[in-house]
Write a protein that binds this ligand. Structure first.
Ligand code: FRU
Length: 450
């Protein structure tokens, strides 16, 4: 009952990070960290799917299994790049002998996009510079001025987190360049990434151990970015990518439109109190693909345009006045799998929308007009984790919601902020209501069943 309809989830077992995202031979290839043997963080494989449009996915055989001496305790996260017409996958081989960790950055290649041949480590455990522990993983490859670069999440020997970069001319021989961050980012940084968008660039990573500070950093671990190139290492202004609950270890790739697109893990390490485990023997899913754009020193994230293909049964309401409360069920707008867009241009009062309303339960997104604060509250959503998350937002002009059985993603103002999270309401909790403090006329509401 909680399996998503249009998000990627495992058939059974545990999913975590998206891996190896690539548009290759006119098809998208997507891999994810998968434990096919249970819902714990163990025996990580690379599950594999492909798609022509990022919407309809075909499941392919498992691409990587932890069966070799250099990855026997897990084929951990990594990325993909094309070379000479082949897919090159780089991943971390996690090895533990008597509880002593070793880390190998490994290569596997494929000519047909289905079968992958492991080539073994390209950066050996013994080649990890002595300044770092074996928490050294998640290679993401990109090309800069004709040189291949690999960013890796690392932990210094003083147990602080950082990101390092290696370079290579041939993807086989790699040499250590330097560290690329310099601030206080907890005890470990996982899943680094680097994007460029016209004249701007951003370094993305998932630090572990940043302390909560007001509305910021309230999840167990964070994912965010610093707008800059790899050189300005004293600029450490870190911005969270998502303001909700379950969002971690995102990865980017370039799509058919030559845009950066991001997919994240809709989950959080070490949090396994999800009702889907007990009742349905699976846990976690990926976020929807989000097109990225760097503007005014910020990454904007908008739902990928191909998602429009999912739309069914459009309902449009224009210039509809809310007199305290508007029950959208009166207009046939309700459900558990849908897309809902609300234009709020010139909003001049407090705004609230309750989703998945049922007996004694609802999930609430609200905007405090005076204090300029947006909040997602899942305290009475149903089963699973509760709590609320907020962020400041100068104006609220548009809300774009994707509801998919046990998850919600809320995009604000064309990608200025996003709130993502899991909710586990009753099957019959389908209502949607809008409330405003003062009379307000909503210019447009659009609803699609999915
Ligand atoms: C992030 C992470 C990565 C690691 C993978 C293992 O969620 O911990 O650092 O490669 O998961 O599944």
């Amino acid at each position: 009952m909680w399996k998503p309809k249009f998000h990627i989830a495992p058939p059974h077992g545990l999913l975590n990070d998206p891996n190896g995202l690539i548009y290759w031979n006119k098809e998208y290839h997507l891999f994810y960290q998968w434990n096919p043997n249970g819902c714990e963080h163990k025996t990580k494989h690379w599950a594999h799917l492909k798609s022509k449009d990022l919407i309809n996915w075909e499941t392919l055989p498992i691409a990587l299994s932890p069966t070799d001496w250099f990855d026997k305790n897990g084929c951990y996260s990594g990325s993909a790049i094309e070379k000479d017409g082949e897919i090159y996958l780089f991943y971390t081989g996690n090895v533990k002998n008597n509880d002593i960790r070793e880390s190998y950055q490994c290569l596997a290649t494929s000519k047909d996009g289905i079968n992958f041949e492991k080539k073994g480590p390209v950066i050996h455990d013994r080649d990890i510079p002595k300044e770092y522990t074996r928490h050294f993983r998640d290679p993401k490859i990109f090309i800069e001025n004709g040189i291949y670069k690999m960013v890796i999440g690392a932990q210094r020997v003083d147990l602080t987190g950082t990101v390092v970069v290696f370079s290579s001319k041939d993807l086989i021989n790699w040499s250590f360049d330097k560290e690329v961050i310099n601030g206080d980012f907890g005890f470990m940084c996982e899943c680094p990434d680097f994007i460029t968008d016209k004249d701007n660039s951003a370094l993305l990573f998932s630090p572990q151990g940043i302390k909560a500070n007001g509305d910021l950093y309230n999840n167990r671990y964070q994912s965010g970015y610093i707008i800059r190139d790899l050189e300005e290492i004293n600029q450490n202004n870190f911005i969270e990518l998502d303001r909700g609950f379950e969002f971690y270890a995102p990865q980017t790739f370039i799509d058919e439109f030559n845009k950066n697109v991001l997919i994240g893990w809709m989950g959080m390490p070490e949090e396994l109190k999800h009702p889907s485990i007990e009742n349905e023997n699976w846990v976690h899913s990926l976020t929807l693909p989000r097109t990225l754009e760097i503007k005014n020193n910020k990454i904007l994230q908008t739902p990928h345009p191909n998602l429009k293909k999912l739309r069914k049964d459009e309902i449009t309401l224009e210039n509809i006045t809310v007199n305290e409360i508007l029950n959208l069920s009166d207009f046939n707008i309700s459900g558990d799998c849908y897309e809902l867009i609300i234009d709020l241009k010139n909003l001049n009062t407090d705004f609230k929308i309750d989703l998945r309303i049922g007996e004694n339960e609802k999930t609430t997104f609200s905007y405090d007009y005076k204090n300029k604060k947006a909040t997602l509250d899942r305290n009475i959503s149903g089963a699973g984790y509760d709590g609320s998350r907020s962020c400041s937002l100068e104006v609220l002009e548009k809300i774009h919601i994707f509801m998919d059985n046990s998850s919600v993603e809320i995009f604000l103002n064309d990608g200025e902020e996003v709130f993502t999270g899991n909710i586990y309401p009753n099957k019959n909790s389908l209502g949607i209501e809008i409330m405003t403090k003062m009379l307000f006329t909503i210019p447009m509401i659009k609803f699609f069943k999915i």
